[in-house]
Design a protein around this ligand. Structure first.
Ligand SMILES: Cc1cc2nc3c(=O)[nH]c(=O)nc-3n(C[C@H](O)[C@H](O)[C@H](O)COP(=O)(O)OP(=O)(O)OC[C@H]3O[C@@H](n4cnc5c(N)ncnc54)[C@H](O)[C@@H]3O)c2cc1C
Length: 433
């Protein structure tokens, strides 16, 4: 998509209630015209598009009657699912790192949707009724089915209000061209086909542009995961290097480990490789030696923890050019929020550091990183697992995110992870990455 310009920003700004302080902006006149918006295009119908539609639904009286048509394009047949939650890209062993309580509210929460399913349907998601809990995390494909249902529900409610929704399924958009003369946007797809709308939202999410080179033994990303999974009865009897040791790498670990062995719980959970898989091994390489964050139970809702200031305060922090400087963000938003958090955690040393003003963003990050430094990040992760399990008993903890760094980075080129270690950490009761 080469020619796209301001209309995208304008639609998003309008949907997000741009404050009047924006009125000095050169595009404001066009933004004001949004109340006369007739046709809206949305490219990519994943979770972001669902939230755009939800915003339309909430503000529908501002858009009607001038808004008449919404054109929805997705290169997939099913709408609403999104790339990370789609069975075409994701394996059933790949888990969400977000629970029902943390998903920004839609018409129906994930938990309520799960409760509405039959036992048989739940079992197809690997869930029993007693496992339904708003703090629990499930397969990503389960979240995809939920999002698809939410899309259908919001779409039908918009139709009921008189909007015409045009769904272009299985339709990859190839370009978006701003038409200055008519103040419209042309959306191009297929063989020279196009639709002209007044404004467009691009919500195409993730793209992995670098090509795979399977004959060189190289994949630029694990997606779709199916390309990495051996055929039934076949094994990858060789060492697999993973460039990166965070969430995508752990998806690969979970998908491939289940194809090459079984996780058996006796005294503790152990990994037993299938016969004939002696050569199978995965090595995670991480430039910094970081492993993914482990998150666990908290009292405060997720959104409270991560929204210590309101929108107006945030906007007031912009400089004359409209930019929010990282240092200003740290000093005005993070520093006070961190001070409160560390006071709760009785960390007077860090509170003092923050209050003296000596802790720049870099210094603070360095200090926190130094606290979690070890020659063996997996050993540290195990320690945090114990913490996480303990947190179930005392729910007055805040959610903690930590990362683990190898102390001697220069001497270590990668983490040699035993699969059993990794898996034990990946399904840790109520803790998760
Ligand atoms: C592997 C992975 C796992 C993740 N797991 C989690 C998680 O567990 N929890 C969490 O909160 N977040 C997770 N995320 C973050 C994730 O980005 C968001 O949760 C969410 O998927 C973003 O939604 P989106 O609609 O912006 O993009 P996407 O979900 O990527 O959806 C984009 C949509 O656009 C369509 N599209 C793309 N290009 C075109 C085109 N040219 N024409 C037409 N249609 C097009 C796609 O088919 C897709 O339907 C994960 C991200 C990745 C990559």
């Amino acid at each position: 998509m080469q020619h796209c310009r301001t209309p995208v920003v304008e639609v998003l700004a309008q949907l997000a209630h741009v404050p009047l302080s924006y009125s000095h902006h050169p595009t404001w006149n066009r933004v004001r015209l949004m109340s006369q918006l007739g046709r809206l295009g949305i490219i990519g119908v994943g979770p972001s598009a669902i939230y755009v539609l939800q915003q339309l639904q909430r503000e529908i009286d501002r858009f009607l009657p001038s808004l008449t048509d919404v054109y929805l394009f997705d290169k997939r047949t099913a709408l609403g699912i999104g790339m990370p939650y789609d069975r075409h890209t994701t394996d059933d062993y790949n888990l969400c790192n977000i629970s029902s309580a943390e998903i920004p509210p839609l018409d129906q929460s994930l938990v309520h949707w799960l409760q509405s399913l039959s036992d048989e349907q739940l079992s197809s998601h690997g869930i029993t009724r007693s496992q339904i809990d708003e703090g629990e995390t499930y397969r990503r494909t389960t979240l995809g089915d939920y999002f698809q249902q939410q899309y259908t529900s919001i779409a039908s409610s918009l139709r009921a209000r008189g909007l015409i929704l045009h769904e272009f399924r299985n339709c990859a958009v190839s370009d978006v061209v701003d038409q200055r003369a008519t103040d419209g946007v042309e959306i191009r797809f297929g063989n020279d086909e196009s639709v002209v709308v007044d404004r467009v939202v691009i919500a195409t999410g993730h793209s992995f542009l670098e090509p795979d080179e399977p004959e060189q033994g190289y994949f630029s990303s694990p997606w779709p995961m199916q390309k990495l999974i051996p055929d039934e009865g076949q094994f990858h009897n060789f060492e697999i290097g993973l460039l990166g040791a965070s969430l995508s790498a752990f998806d690969v670990v979970s998908s491939l480990s289940h194809r090459h062995g079984a996780f058996i719980r006796r005294d503790k959970l152990a990994y037993e490789p299938f016969p004939g898989t002696d050569g199978f091994r995965m090595v995670l390489h991480s430039a910094q030696g970081w492993l993914p964050h482990l998150q666990y139970e908290q009292m405060e809702p997720f959104r409270t923890v991560y929204r210590p200031v309101d929108r107006d305060t945030m906007l007031s922090l912009r400089d004359d050019s409209g930019f929010l400087l990282l240092d200003d963000y740290f000093n005005h938003v993070c520093r006070p929020a961190l001070t409160v958090a560390f006071q709760k955690d009785r960390r007077a040393d860090i509170v003092e550091l923050l209050n003296t003003g000596q802790a720049t963003l870099e210094a603070f990050v360095q200090r926190m990183s130094d606290e979690h430094t070890s020659d063996d990040p997996f050993a540290l992760m195990r320690l945090e697992m114990q913490d996480a399990k303990g947190s179930g008993k005392s729910l007055n903890r805040r959610k903690t995110k930590r990362s683990y760094v190898c102390r001697n980075r220069k001497q270590r080129s990668g983490h040699q992870a035993r699969i059993s270690d990794v898996h034990q950490l990946q399904r840790p009761g109520r803790a998760r990455f």
